[in-house]
Design a protein around this ligand. Sequence first.
Ligand code: SF4
Ligand code: SF4
Length: 338
Amino acid sequence: MTEARDDFTLLWLQAGSCGGCTMATLERGASGWFEELRGFGIRLLWHPSVSEETGEEARAILARIERGEEKLGALCIEGSILHGPEGTGLFNKLSGTGRSMLDWARALAPRADYCVAVGSCAAFGGVPAGAPDPTDASGLQYSGVDMGGALGPDYRSVKGLPVVNVSGCAPHPGWIMETLLALSLGRFTQADMDDYGRPRIFADHLAHHGCSRNEFYEFKASAEDFSERGCLMEHLGCKATQAVGDCNQRGWNGGGSCTQAGSTCIACTSPSFEATRGFHRTPKIGGIPVGLPLDMPKAWFVALAALSKSATPKRVRENARSDHIARAPTPGTEKKKT
Ligand code: SF4
Ligand code: SF4
């Protein structure tokens, strides 16, 4: 734990958001978010959901930051920036200010040492940007996979960084807080971000790494229905081999992950994940999944999958199609029965 310094300030704003990123953040730690902020030496200037200040008091905080009278360490924005109608941004005003979130984002981001997009909506546009998108939603510095967004491709914060994209729908609270801690310590550089501006704290992993279904994956022993124990990639749409995140290596809400809960990974950390149709179905061509793992060449995967399928132990094959352990790993049984 660092010494409490209270010299790194944080302003959190919500744009086109469901509030899920805030909910995720509040899950943080046994002692709670506020205690953790205090421990990290981060002073929360204002958050629309949890701060006492409202109305005039809140507007005064924003005005002080805008005029440069209050130093801003991190500007965290949760939710997509809505550009509609016709580029005015007026679909989403910051209550009581008469100004759009598009306007506020553009006014405050240049004042911040660092600008942090919390969640895939703020990073890339996210769910509000899904077709047909009458709101004309974008992320802060991306629209899907394309750079640009509300702040433009050339935006750099006071400390010279582009927007830090803590993507995820919602992101793990650890991703948010570890990023803020690294920023507050001045130890976060461009080299700590991947090609989409995502902190490598979590983006150097694939969501697939550490999944409890990995044995089934290795043998391509697949579930065909939900509640079965097998790998969810071949039939049920799991994209964890193509999505960044250490989701299966650290617990969510004290333990668990999407795949552990029996659902598939829908690649929520990726730009344009919302464009997928049929999240729980694996698109295939000629019986081969279209989206293949990021971490190996396609030809290897196809060859290895065929090989491993032919070598699948009976135990693994049976358990993959069962909702409980149908066959235990008893030594010798495999040999006798094959
Ligand atoms: S269910 Fe998904 S995350 Fe788990 S092993 Fe299969 S592909 Fe990987
Ligand atoms: S497992 Fe996939 S869908 Fe779930 S949080 Fe991680 S990246 Fe998002």
